[in-house]
Design a protein around this ligand. Structure first.
Ligand code: NAP
Length: 289
């Protein structure tokens, strides 16, 4: 069994990005610039945005954090999105989800200029992905495919089962995995799938993205399968400094011995998601220069 080290791979990619940034700056252009819009004070969102800002610093990007209180109106947020769309010094931006209930996430996503949509959530980017056209790819699916490539894991003709069909993970990932560059035969499973154990046990590549801690057990995994664990659920852990621990969707201890490759949680898909946002921002910056 080979443990896929997402942290190490992401660090390597960060070094590659930092080298590109140096070249960009030495050619007289400005550094790539990412902005993050954060509404409210949700612990998870605060952490994710702080990581994104830190990642930018590490590779030499400029970053801007735009904060709003929970009571910001949809109109105010839309006005900010419009301002960021028109900011010529900004290559890309993200609006951290979830947003408060009184704001339509879909409306905000659709208001973002698709050329600055480095999260890859805008319908134009999703449509381009489906058509196999150049697009900003949603960070988690992008990171997973990059991880498979960098570990030289064969995907062509393999049975890939993805558990979960969300707009940010399962569904875009299913499209990427079936593209000609990857060539997997993809099954998308969800909460209404019958005989899920059996469906999963057919997978050469099993990707768990359902958000249910330790849901995937050894009996659901074929001997020699590649298992990618996307799940990150915060579970209480009073003994830790933060008071919580991240749990994946895979019961790691019993599944790992059956796998040819497996990602850990943390340290697997998470760091690759983060670095994919940097790759998208670099791509946006190159288009703008
Ligand atoms: P989501 O929007 O809640 O979607 C969950 C999907 O899983 C849905 O399609 C749901 O089916 C399916 N599902 C739920 N329970 C199921 C069950 N018992 N059997 C089969 N399918 C089931 O979640 P998400 O945003 O995609 O996130 C999934 C997990 O990945 C979460 O733990 C999240 O924190 C994590 N995540 C991690 C990263 C990272 O960078 N590591 C990034 C994004 C998300 P239905 O459609 O039928 O409801």
């Amino acid at each position: 069994m080979i443990l896929i080290d997402g942290k190490k791979t992401a660090d390597e990619i960060k070094k590659e990005i930092a080298a590109e940034v140096k070249l960009i700056i030495s050619s007289g252009k400005r550094a790539p610039h990412l902005a993050a819009v954060l509404v409210g004070h949700d612990g998870g969102s605060e952490t994710y945005v702080a990581f994104k800002i830190k990642d930018c610093e590490e590779v030499g990007f400029r970053s801007t954090l735009v904060r709003f209180e929970n009571d910001v109106t949809e109109a105010e947020l839309l006005a900010k999105v419009e301002e960021l769309n028109n900011d010529k010094d900004l290559d890309g931006f993200i609006v951290q989800l979830p947003l408060p209930k009184h704001i339509s996430e879909q409306k905000i996503i659709e208001a973002i200029d698709a050329r600055k949509d480095v999260d890859g959530f805008h319908p134009e980017n999703v449509g381009r992905l489906v058509l196999g056209m150049p697009a900003f790819l949603s960070a988690t699916p992008f990171g997973i495919v990059e991880l498979l490539k960098r570990y030289k894991i064969p995907t062509s003709g393999k049975n890939c089962v993805i558990v979960g069909r969300s707009n940010i993970v399962g569904r875009p990932l299913s499209i990427l995995m079936s593209q000609k560059s990857v060539n997997a035969t993809v099954t998308v499973a969800h909460s209404q799938t019958k005989n899920l154990d059996k469906v999963c046990a057919e997978a050469d590549i099993l990707i768990a993205a359902l958000g249910s801690p330790e849901f995937i057990k050894a009996n659901m995994v074929k001997e020699g399968a590649v298992v990618i664990d996307v799940g990150t659920t915060r579970v209480n852990a009073p003994e830790t400094k933060s008071g919580f621990r991240l749990k994946g969707d895979v019961k790691f201890d019993e599944v790992a011995p059956k796998c040819s490759y497996i990602t850990p949680v943390p340290g697997g898909v998470g760091p690759m998601t983060r670095v994919s946002l940097l790759l998208n921002t670099l791509k946006a910056a190159k288009k703008n220069s």
